[in-house]
Design a protein around this ligand. Structure first.
Ligand code: HEM
Length: 468
């Protein structure tokens, strides 16, 4: 097999990728300004693997499921997370499972996994439904045909924050929910900006934005610390036994890694909270938009929910019996993958990807935004077509759909997220019909760590008179 190497200009054919004059300054600017547009343009112009210089970085964009698997799965041991991402997020989380590598990651992963097994997640379903029910009920007056124009970001953030808080701590945030949502949105925006520059100046310097960052981090620390402290003070027979915190406190590494230290416990609670609420909130927001935009598919999903669940509260056992509803969610995650651009890795060795050699120290970027829009995997990729994900549909190419990442560092909460989104979506459909307002433009996707609509998305929610 031919091997092509970035550092060997005499080897033909030329490496796929654009010229990078001035050390690729224009490329660095373009990807920082519009990650989504830039990565799709590179795919269109140069194909499945693109090498591009961006200042000091040799960047390799991987754009086919086969090449992505060759790197992220077959060569996972030769990759680490991008150092800059570790630096930026570690300041917020501390030593979380998302931020550590090697043996430290193995140990934390072993300690956390049991809390996210399908059996445990089924146990959280009741907490999820209890969290979402009252919030959804009070959106619109309780009269048939009553309606309200609802800010979908506020709604989905509130619901998923309540879900994560109850599953983590068996508690809700009460009056602080709005402030905590604002703080975590601010932290996302700050992290997104910081990722695009090589270093962060100290947070205690009197610079623009630093006070907001300190405030957001303090509020967030207080929420996590106060819940852990409250739990430690509870008499053991009164402490909840079935939430994530109970699992983390009880977790013990059979392979000699002991229990979580206090700093590790806080860091895991933080990462679960942050990774767990915003991603699901954005996904549910896009799903609601797609339901409003596609009444025919929304009617099919509603018909399924009516038949399987009726008007009672949905439960974990219903989820496998709602294949069409699940397919609408999977298709939403395809069109609008919440973590559209977060999969960056540093190659620690030369890595063979198909016929190409990715040199050690390259920065590898994998973007579900690009992979999910490839007509070879998803014919007519811009069309919302849940049928692609029905059990009788032709099999998709392996790893073509990867909203939760892939390889050993795949999302630990993917089963949690799918269960949560299916239950909340079923509860929304049970209560409301979603429509867009006349003349309302299609929302434009924008990457702010997670993929969100660039403008506030409001949808009309009309109370249903009864279940079909
Ligand atoms: C729609 C919802 C979600 C999406 C799209 C999503 C997506 C992702 C992706 C793409 C990764 C891999 C990042 C990488 O490889 O660099 C990841 C990792 C992770 N996710 Fe999620 N996630 C979601 C929900 C959740 C939930 C609900 C939780 C927890 C309750 C969670 C916890 C985590 C953690 C802890 C990691 C780090 C895993 C590791 O590095 O070992 N996520 N997620």
């Amino acid at each position: 097999m031919t091997q092509h190497h970035l550092n060997a200009p005499d080897v033909a054919p030329r490496l796929p990728g654009p010229p990078s004059p001035w050390f690729g300054a224009a490329h660095m600017q373009a990807i920082s300004k519009d990650f989504l547009g830039y990565t799709r343009q590179m795919h269109r112009e140069y194909g499945d693997i693109v090498f591009v210089q961006m200042y000091w970085e040799k960047v390799c964009l991987l754009n086919s499921p086969e090449l992505v698997r060759a790197v992220m799965v077959d060569n996972a041991a030769s990759l680490i997370r991008q150092e800059r991402a570790i630096e930026v997020f570690s300041r917020v989380h501390g030593p979380s499972v998302m931020m550590v590598e090697g043996d430290d990651w193995q140990r934390l992963h072993r300690l956390l996994m049991p809390a996210f097994s399908p059996r445990r997640v089924a146990g959280y379903a009741r907490l999820m439904v209890d969290a979402a029910g009252p919030l959804l009920d009070r959106l619109v007056p309780d009269e048939p045909d009553a309606s309200a124009l609802v800010n979908m970001d506020e709604l989905t953030s509130r619901v998923t924050m309540d879900v994560i808080c109850r599953t983590l701590f068996s508690d809700d945030l009460g009056d602080t929910a709005r402030a905590v949502t604002a703080a975590s949105h601010a932290l996302n925006e700050i992290a997104m900006r910081e990722l695009m520059v090589p270093m962060t100046l100290p947070d205690n310097w009197p610079l623009p934005g630093k006070a907001a960052k300190r405030h957001a981090m303090r509020l967030f620390d207080e929420v996590i610390d106060s819940h852990i402290a409250a739990r430690r003070q509870m008499p053991p027979d009164q402490a909840p036994q079935d939430d994530v915190l109970a699992m983390l406190l009880a977790a013990h590494d059979e392979e000699g890694g002991g229990r979580l230290s206090e700093a590790e416990l806080r860091a895991q609670c933080k990462v679960i909270f942050l990774a767990g609420f915003d991603t699901s909130a954005k996904a549910l927001q896009w799903w609601a938009w797609l339901m409003a935009e596609h009444p025919q598919q929304a009617a099919l999903a509603y018909e399924e929910v009516s038949r399987v669940v009726g008007s009672r509260a949905p439960q974990a056992e219903d989820v496998p019996n709602l294949p069409y509803l699940s397919a609408t969610i999977k298709e939403t995650l395809r069109l609008y993958p919440p973590a559209a651009g977060l999969l960056t890795r540093r190659a620690m060795k030369d890595i063979q990807a198909g016929e190409w050699m990715i040199p050690a120290r390259s920065l590898v970027i994998v973007s579900p935004w690009v992979l999910h829009n490839d007509a070879r995997s998803f014919p007519q990729p811009d069309v919302f077509r849940p049928e692609r994900f029905m059990p009788d549909a032709p099999a998709l190419p392996r790893s073509a759909w990867m909203p939760f990442g892939l390889g050993p560092r795949v999302c630990i909460g993917q089963h949690f997220a799918m269960t949560e989104m299916t239950l909340v979506a079923a509860m929304l459909l049970q209560r409301y019909e979603l429509t867009r307002e006349p003349g309302q433009p299609e929302p434009v996707a924008q990457l702010n760590l997670t993929l969100r609509p660039a403008q506030t998305l409001k949808l009309r929610m009309r109370r249903r008179s009864s279940m079909a």
